[in-house]
Design a binder for this molecule. Sequence first.
Ligand SMILES: Cc1ncc(COP(=O)(O)O)c(C=O)c1O
Length: 377
Amino acid sequence: MSASARLRNVPFFDYPAVFAASERDFVGIFQDVCRRGAFIKQRDLAEFERDLSVFLGARHVLGVGNATDGLHFALRAAGVGPGDEVIFCSHTMLATASAIHFAGATPVPVECGPDHLISAEAVEDAVTPRTRAIMPTQLNGRTADMRALQAISDRHGLLIVEDAAQALGSRFCNRPAGTFGIAGVFSFYPAKVLGCFGDGGAIVTGDQVTFERAASLCDFGRNTAGDVVRWGLNSRLDNLQAAILDFQLKKYDSVMCRRRHLASLYTQRLHEVPEVALPPGPDSDPDHFDIYQNYEIEAERRDELKQYLKEHGTGTLIQWGGQAVHQCNALGFTQNLPYTDWLFTRLLMLPMNMSLSDDDLHYVCDQIRTFYGHSRE
Ligand SMILES: Cc1ncc(COP(=O)(O)O)c(C=O)c1O
Protein backbone atom coordinates (compact mmCIF):
# COMPACT_ATOMS: atom_id res chain seq x y z
CA MET A 1 0.00 0.00 0.00
CA SER A 2 1.53 3.34 -1.05
CA ALA A 3 1.82 6.23 1.40
CA SER A 4 -0.94 8.12 -0.36
CA ALA A 5 -3.28 5.07 -0.32
CA ARG A 6 -3.41 4.91 3.50
CA LEU A 7 -6.30 6.68 5.19
CA ARG A 8 -5.33 10.25 5.99
CA ASN A 9 -7.00 13.12 7.75
CA VAL A 10 -6.98 16.11 5.39
CA PRO A 11 -9.09 18.85 6.95
CA PHE A 12 -10.59 21.51 4.74
CA PHE A 13 -8.90 24.15 6.89
CA ASP A 14 -6.87 23.75 10.06
CA TYR A 15 -7.30 26.90 12.19
CA PRO A 16 -5.03 25.85 15.10
CA ALA A 17 -2.28 25.02 12.58
CA VAL A 18 -2.11 28.67 11.51
CA PHE A 19 -1.22 29.69 15.06
CA ALA A 20 1.10 26.74 15.58
CA ALA A 21 3.10 27.56 12.42
CA SER A 22 4.52 30.74 14.03
CA GLU A 23 3.45 30.44 17.66
CA ARG A 24 6.51 32.13 19.18
CA ASP A 25 6.22 35.10 16.84
CA PHE A 26 2.52 35.51 17.51
CA VAL A 27 2.99 35.35 21.27
CA GLY A 28 5.78 37.93 20.93
CA ILE A 29 3.49 40.25 18.94
CA PHE A 30 0.71 39.80 21.47
CA GLN A 31 3.02 40.64 24.38
CA ASP A 32 4.53 43.63 22.61
CA VAL A 33 1.17 45.17 21.69
CA CYS A 34 -0.43 44.45 25.06
CA ARG A 35 2.55 45.71 27.07
CA ARG A 36 2.34 48.96 25.14
CA GLY A 37 -1.42 49.08 25.73
CA ALA A 38 -1.73 49.84 22.02
CA PHE A 39 -5.18 48.62 21.06
CA ILE A 40 -7.02 51.11 18.86
CA LYS A 41 -5.60 53.31 16.07
CA GLN A 42 -1.98 52.93 17.13
CA ARG A 43 1.27 52.67 15.21
CA ASP A 44 0.85 48.97 14.31
CA LEU A 45 -2.27 49.86 12.36
CA ALA A 46 -0.53 52.76 10.60
CA GLU A 47 2.42 50.49 9.73
CA PHE A 48 0.19 47.78 8.34
CA GLU A 49 -1.82 50.29 6.28
CA ARG A 50 1.44 51.70 4.92
CA ASP A 51 2.89 48.25 4.11
CA LEU A 52 -0.30 47.11 2.43
CA SER A 53 -0.43 50.26 0.33
CA VAL A 54 3.16 49.60 -0.79
CA PHE A 55 2.33 45.95 -1.56
CA LEU A 56 -0.63 47.03 -3.72
CA GLY A 57 0.89 50.19 -5.14
CA ALA A 58 -2.23 51.96 -3.87
CA ARG A 59 -2.51 55.51 -2.56
CA HIS A 60 -4.71 54.93 0.50
CA VAL A 61 -5.39 51.91 2.68
CA LEU A 62 -7.84 52.09 5.56
CA GLY A 63 -8.09 49.25 8.06
CA VAL A 64 -11.70 48.44 9.01
CA GLY A 65 -13.43 45.95 11.29
CA ASN A 66 -14.34 43.51 8.50
CA ALA A 67 -14.89 43.49 4.75
CA THR A 68 -18.68 43.66 5.01
CA ASP A 69 -18.44 47.03 6.75
CA GLY A 70 -15.65 48.02 4.37
CA LEU A 71 -17.86 47.38 1.32
CA HIS A 72 -20.72 49.31 2.89
CA PHE A 73 -18.48 52.28 3.73
CA ALA A 74 -16.74 52.19 0.34
CA LEU A 75 -20.08 52.38 -1.49
CA ARG A 76 -21.37 55.20 0.68
CA ALA A 77 -18.09 57.07 0.51
CA ALA A 78 -18.15 56.81 -3.29
CA GLY A 79 -21.61 58.39 -3.27
CA VAL A 80 -23.79 55.32 -3.88
CA GLY A 81 -27.14 55.53 -2.10
CA PRO A 82 -30.92 55.42 -2.30
CA GLY A 83 -32.34 55.21 -5.81
CA ASP A 84 -29.19 53.59 -7.20
CA GLU A 85 -28.81 50.04 -8.50
CA VAL A 86 -25.56 48.14 -8.05
CA ILE A 87 -24.81 45.09 -10.21
CA PHE A 88 -22.99 42.19 -8.58
CA CYS A 89 -22.45 38.49 -9.23
CA SER A 90 -24.85 36.13 -7.46
CA HIS A 91 -21.98 33.71 -6.80
CA THR A 92 -20.60 35.73 -3.91
CA MET A 93 -20.96 36.03 -0.19
CA LEU A 94 -24.16 37.61 1.09
CA ALA A 95 -21.91 40.38 2.40
CA THR A 96 -21.62 41.88 -1.09
CA ALA A 97 -25.39 42.29 -1.38
CA SER A 98 -25.80 43.33 2.27
CA ALA A 99 -23.33 46.16 1.80
CA ILE A 100 -25.30 47.43 -1.20
CA HIS A 101 -28.56 47.14 0.73
CA PHE A 102 -27.23 48.96 3.79
CA ALA A 103 -25.79 51.71 1.61
CA GLY A 104 -29.44 52.30 0.64
CA ALA A 105 -29.11 51.04 -2.96
CA THR A 106 -30.73 48.09 -4.74
CA PRO A 107 -28.57 44.97 -5.23
CA VAL A 108 -28.95 43.49 -8.74
CA PRO A 109 -27.51 39.95 -8.95
CA VAL A 110 -26.26 38.60 -12.30
CA GLU A 111 -24.77 35.38 -13.68
CA CYS A 112 -21.14 34.35 -13.52
CA GLY A 113 -19.13 32.89 -16.38
CA PRO A 114 -17.42 29.49 -16.61
CA ASP A 115 -14.56 30.71 -14.38
CA HIS A 116 -17.19 31.45 -11.67
CA LEU A 117 -16.54 35.21 -11.83
CA ILE A 118 -18.99 37.91 -12.88
CA SER A 119 -19.97 37.72 -16.54
CA ALA A 120 -19.37 41.00 -18.40
CA GLU A 121 -22.18 40.15 -20.85
CA ALA A 122 -24.57 39.67 -17.94
CA VAL A 123 -23.50 43.01 -16.47
CA GLU A 124 -24.11 44.78 -19.78
CA ASP A 125 -27.61 43.25 -20.00
CA ALA A 126 -28.47 44.35 -16.45
CA VAL A 127 -27.57 48.04 -16.88
CA THR A 128 -30.57 50.39 -16.51
CA PRO A 129 -30.80 54.18 -16.21
CA ARG A 130 -30.63 53.70 -12.41
CA THR A 131 -27.42 51.67 -12.43
CA ARG A 132 -24.73 53.51 -10.50
CA ALA A 133 -22.02 50.93 -9.90
CA ILE A 134 -20.65 47.49 -10.72
CA MET A 135 -19.35 45.48 -7.78
CA PRO A 136 -17.35 42.52 -9.10
CA THR A 137 -16.36 39.87 -6.59
CA GLN A 138 -12.79 38.76 -7.25
CA LEU A 139 -13.76 35.24 -6.29
CA ASN A 140 -11.51 32.40 -5.16
CA GLY A 141 -8.38 34.53 -5.55
CA ARG A 142 -8.91 35.40 -9.21
CA THR A 143 -9.56 38.84 -10.67
CA ALA A 144 -12.45 39.23 -13.10
CA ASP A 145 -11.94 40.42 -16.68
CA MET A 146 -11.52 44.04 -15.65
CA ARG A 147 -10.87 45.14 -19.23
CA ALA A 148 -14.42 44.20 -20.17
CA LEU A 149 -15.92 45.64 -16.97
CA GLN A 150 -13.96 48.86 -17.36
CA ALA A 151 -15.32 49.23 -20.90
CA ILE A 152 -18.90 48.86 -19.62
CA SER A 153 -18.23 51.30 -16.81
CA ASP A 154 -16.78 53.85 -19.27
CA ARG A 155 -19.68 53.39 -21.69
CA HIS A 156 -22.38 53.94 -19.05
CA GLY A 157 -20.54 56.19 -16.59
CA LEU A 158 -20.60 53.62 -13.75
CA LEU A 159 -18.43 53.34 -10.67
CA ILE A 160 -16.53 50.14 -9.94
CA VAL A 161 -16.20 49.03 -6.32
CA GLU A 162 -14.37 45.71 -6.07
CA ASP A 163 -15.25 43.05 -3.56
CA ALA A 164 -11.68 41.79 -3.37
CA ALA A 165 -12.27 40.04 -0.02
CA GLN A 166 -10.83 36.81 -1.47
CA ALA A 167 -8.17 38.22 -3.73
CA LEU A 168 -5.29 40.00 -2.01
CA GLY A 169 -2.29 39.66 -4.34
CA SER A 170 -4.29 38.45 -7.32
CA ARG A 171 -3.69 40.44 -10.53
CA PHE A 172 -5.27 41.05 -13.91
CA CYS A 173 -2.92 42.35 -16.62
CA ASN A 174 -0.39 42.84 -13.85
CA ARG A 175 -2.62 45.18 -11.88
CA PRO A 176 -3.65 44.08 -8.38
CA ALA A 177 -7.22 43.20 -7.49
CA GLY A 178 -8.74 45.98 -5.43
CA THR A 179 -7.07 48.79 -7.38
CA PHE A 180 -9.19 48.96 -10.53
CA GLY A 181 -12.18 51.01 -9.45
CA ILE A 182 -12.87 53.90 -7.12
CA ALA A 183 -12.36 51.50 -4.20
CA GLY A 184 -11.61 47.87 -3.40
CA VAL A 185 -12.12 45.94 -0.19
CA PHE A 186 -10.22 43.03 1.38
CA SER A 187 -11.16 40.64 4.17
CA PHE A 188 -8.74 39.27 6.75
CA TYR A 189 -11.13 36.66 8.14
CA PRO A 190 -8.93 33.88 9.63
CA ALA A 191 -9.26 31.51 6.65
CA LYS A 192 -8.28 34.18 4.13
CA VAL A 193 -4.86 33.93 2.50
CA LEU A 194 -3.91 36.93 4.62
CA GLY A 195 -5.88 36.20 7.77
CA CYS A 196 -5.91 37.54 11.30
CA PHE A 197 -7.17 35.99 14.54
CA GLY A 198 -10.67 37.40 14.35
CA ASP A 199 -12.39 39.79 11.99
CA GLY A 200 -10.59 42.40 9.94
CA GLY A 201 -10.71 44.15 6.60
CA ALA A 202 -9.32 47.04 4.56
CA ILE A 203 -10.56 49.56 2.03
CA VAL A 204 -8.16 50.59 -0.73
CA THR A 205 -8.70 53.69 -2.80
CA GLY A 206 -6.77 56.14 -4.91
CA ASP A 207 -9.39 58.82 -4.35
CA GLN A 208 -8.75 61.29 -1.53
CA VAL A 209 -12.41 62.23 -0.99
CA THR A 210 -13.54 58.58 -0.87
CA PHE A 211 -10.75 57.84 1.60
CA GLU A 212 -11.62 60.70 3.91
CA ARG A 213 -15.34 59.89 3.87
CA ALA A 214 -14.71 56.19 4.50
CA ALA A 215 -12.26 56.99 7.31
CA SER A 216 -14.89 59.06 9.08
CA LEU A 217 -17.69 56.54 8.44
CA CYS A 218 -15.74 53.86 10.30
CA ASP A 219 -14.83 56.20 13.18
CA PHE A 220 -18.13 57.62 14.46
CA GLY A 221 -18.26 60.16 11.64
CA ARG A 222 -15.17 61.99 12.90
CA ASN A 223 -12.41 63.41 10.73
CA THR A 224 -8.71 63.19 11.60
CA ALA A 225 -8.98 66.35 13.72
CA GLY A 226 -11.70 64.67 15.78
CA ASP A 227 -14.50 66.90 14.46
CA VAL A 228 -17.80 65.20 13.66
CA VAL A 229 -18.43 65.69 9.93
CA ARG A 230 -21.22 63.13 9.27
CA TRP A 231 -23.08 60.24 10.87
CA GLY A 232 -20.74 57.31 11.31
CA LEU A 233 -20.29 53.91 12.88
CA ASN A 234 -17.50 52.17 14.75
CA SER A 235 -15.62 49.65 12.61
CA ARG A 236 -11.85 49.99 12.87
CA LEU A 237 -9.21 47.32 12.34
CA ASP A 238 -7.87 46.78 15.82
CA ASN A 239 -4.24 47.26 16.47
CA LEU A 240 -3.43 43.72 17.59
CA GLN A 241 -4.94 42.27 14.41
CA ALA A 242 -3.03 44.83 12.35
CA ALA A 243 0.26 43.80 13.98
CA ILE A 244 -0.45 40.13 13.22
CA LEU A 245 -1.39 40.97 9.63
CA ASP A 246 1.74 43.04 9.10
CA PHE A 247 3.84 40.08 10.24
CA GLN A 248 1.95 37.74 7.88
CA LEU A 249 2.21 40.18 4.98
CA LYS A 250 6.01 39.95 5.07
CA LYS A 251 5.76 36.26 4.09
CA TYR A 252 2.98 36.76 1.59
CA ASP A 253 4.95 36.21 -1.61
CA SER A 254 6.01 32.74 -0.53
CA VAL A 255 2.45 31.96 0.58
CA MET A 256 1.06 32.88 -2.86
CA CYS A 257 3.80 30.83 -4.49
CA ARG A 258 2.97 27.75 -2.42
CA ARG A 259 -0.75 28.00 -3.17
CA ARG A 260 -0.05 28.33 -6.89
CA HIS A 261 2.15 25.25 -6.66
CA LEU A 262 -0.68 23.30 -5.00
CA ALA A 263 -3.10 24.48 -7.70
CA SER A 264 -0.75 23.29 -10.43
CA LEU A 265 -0.53 19.87 -8.73
CA TYR A 266 -4.33 19.65 -8.67
CA THR A 267 -4.34 20.48 -12.39
CA GLN A 268 -1.74 17.80 -13.13
CA ARG A 269 -3.61 15.13 -11.22
CA LEU A 270 -7.19 15.94 -12.17
CA HIS A 271 -7.27 17.59 -15.58
CA GLU A 272 -7.96 14.31 -17.34
CA VAL A 273 -10.85 13.36 -15.06
CA PRO A 274 -13.90 14.12 -17.26
CA GLU A 275 -16.35 14.16 -14.35
CA VAL A 276 -14.76 17.29 -12.85
CA ALA A 277 -14.13 20.79 -14.19
CA LEU A 278 -11.17 22.58 -12.64
CA PRO A 279 -10.40 26.25 -12.11
CA PRO A 280 -7.88 27.69 -14.58
CA GLY A 281 -4.33 26.55 -13.75
CA PRO A 282 -1.76 29.07 -12.51
CA ASP A 283 -0.05 29.52 -15.86
CA SER A 284 -3.00 28.99 -18.16
CA ASP A 285 -3.57 32.64 -19.06
CA PRO A 286 -0.93 35.42 -19.03
CA ASP A 287 -3.59 38.04 -18.14
CA HIS A 288 -4.37 36.40 -14.81
CA PHE A 289 -2.26 35.88 -11.70
CA ASP A 290 -4.46 33.84 -9.35
CA ILE A 291 -3.71 33.27 -5.68
CA TYR A 292 -6.16 30.42 -5.05
CA GLN A 293 -7.95 31.62 -1.96
CA ASN A 294 -10.12 28.59 -2.72
CA TYR A 295 -9.81 25.67 -5.10
CA GLU A 296 -13.37 25.40 -6.35
CA ILE A 297 -14.14 22.60 -8.78
CA GLU A 298 -17.33 21.47 -10.48
CA ALA A 299 -18.14 17.82 -9.97
CA GLU A 300 -20.66 15.35 -11.32
CA ARG A 301 -22.55 13.59 -8.50
CA ARG A 302 -21.15 16.32 -6.28
CA ASP A 303 -22.94 15.32 -3.08
CA GLU A 304 -21.89 11.67 -3.40
CA LEU A 305 -18.30 12.73 -4.04
CA LYS A 306 -18.35 14.98 -0.99
CA GLN A 307 -19.65 12.14 1.17
CA TYR A 308 -17.07 9.70 -0.24
CA LEU A 309 -14.23 12.12 0.48
CA LYS A 310 -15.55 12.66 4.00
CA GLU A 311 -15.58 8.91 4.62
CA HIS A 312 -11.96 8.86 3.45
CA GLY A 313 -10.86 11.66 5.80
CA THR A 314 -10.95 14.61 3.40
CA GLY A 315 -12.80 17.80 4.31
CA THR A 316 -14.49 19.75 1.52
CA LEU A 317 -16.86 22.70 1.56
CA ILE A 318 -19.67 23.99 -0.61
CA GLN A 319 -19.27 27.73 -0.75
CA TRP A 320 -21.98 29.95 0.84
CA GLY A 321 -23.69 26.88 2.29
CA GLY A 322 -24.71 25.98 -1.26
CA GLN A 323 -26.84 29.08 -1.86
CA ALA A 324 -26.17 31.80 -4.39
CA VAL A 325 -27.37 35.22 -3.24
CA HIS A 326 -30.39 35.35 -5.58
CA GLN A 327 -31.52 31.99 -4.13
CA CYS A 328 -31.99 33.50 -0.65
CA ASN A 329 -35.79 33.64 -0.76
CA ALA A 330 -36.13 35.79 2.35
CA LEU A 331 -34.38 38.66 0.56
CA GLY A 332 -36.98 38.92 -2.21
CA PHE A 333 -34.83 38.66 -5.35
CA THR A 334 -36.81 38.06 -8.54
CA GLN A 335 -33.94 37.48 -10.99
CA ASN A 336 -33.85 34.21 -12.92
CA LEU A 337 -30.23 32.98 -13.17
CA PRO A 338 -30.33 29.45 -14.63
CA TYR A 339 -26.56 29.06 -15.18
CA THR A 340 -25.83 29.93 -11.54
CA ASP A 341 -28.65 27.61 -10.39
CA TRP A 342 -27.10 24.77 -12.39
CA LEU A 343 -23.58 25.58 -11.21
CA PHE A 344 -24.67 25.46 -7.58
CA THR A 345 -25.59 21.79 -7.95
CA ARG A 346 -21.96 21.10 -8.93
CA LEU A 347 -19.63 23.35 -6.93
CA LEU A 348 -17.25 21.89 -4.39
CA MET A 349 -14.14 23.35 -2.75
CA LEU A 350 -11.19 21.03 -2.19
CA PRO A 351 -8.60 21.63 0.57
CA MET A 352 -6.32 24.56 -0.30
CA ASN A 353 -4.31 25.94 2.58
CA MET A 354 -0.79 26.27 3.95
CA SER A 355 -1.06 23.10 6.08
CA LEU A 356 -1.79 20.96 3.03
CA SER A 357 1.28 18.90 2.06
CA ASP A 358 1.93 17.64 -1.46
CA ASP A 359 1.26 14.12 -0.15
CA ASP A 360 -2.08 15.24 1.30
CA LEU A 361 -3.02 16.68 -2.07
CA HIS A 362 -2.04 13.47 -3.91
CA TYR A 363 -4.15 11.54 -1.43
CA VAL A 364 -7.19 13.76 -2.13
CA CYS A 365 -6.68 13.36 -5.88
CA ASP A 366 -6.31 9.58 -5.52
CA GLN A 367 -9.66 9.48 -3.73
CA ILE A 368 -11.37 11.56 -6.41
CA ARG A 369 -9.96 9.42 -9.21
CA THR A 370 -10.98 6.23 -7.39
CA PHE A 371 -14.50 7.56 -6.77
CA TYR A 372 -15.00 8.07 -10.50
CA GLY A 373 -13.44 4.70 -11.35
CA HIS A 374 -10.18 6.00 -12.84
CA SER A 375 -6.70 4.69 -12.10
CA ARG A 376 -4.60 6.68 -9.67
CA GLU A 377 -1.99 7.59 -12.29
C1 LIG B 1 -16.42 37.44 -1.46
C2 LIG B 1 -16.56 37.90 -0.03
N1 LIG B 1 -17.09 39.11 0.21
C3 LIG B 1 -17.21 39.58 1.48
C4 LIG B 1 -16.82 38.82 2.54
C5 LIG B 1 -17.04 39.36 3.92
O1 LIG B 1 -15.84 39.49 4.62
P1 LIG B 1 -15.84 39.72 6.19
O2 LIG B 1 -16.09 38.39 6.83
O3 LIG B 1 -14.45 40.24 6.48
O4 LIG B 1 -16.90 40.72 6.50
C6 LIG B 1 -16.26 37.57 2.35
C7 LIG B 1 -15.83 36.74 3.49
O5 LIG B 1 -15.81 35.55 3.45
C8 LIG B 1 -16.13 37.10 1.02
O6 LIG B 1 -15.59 35.89 0.78
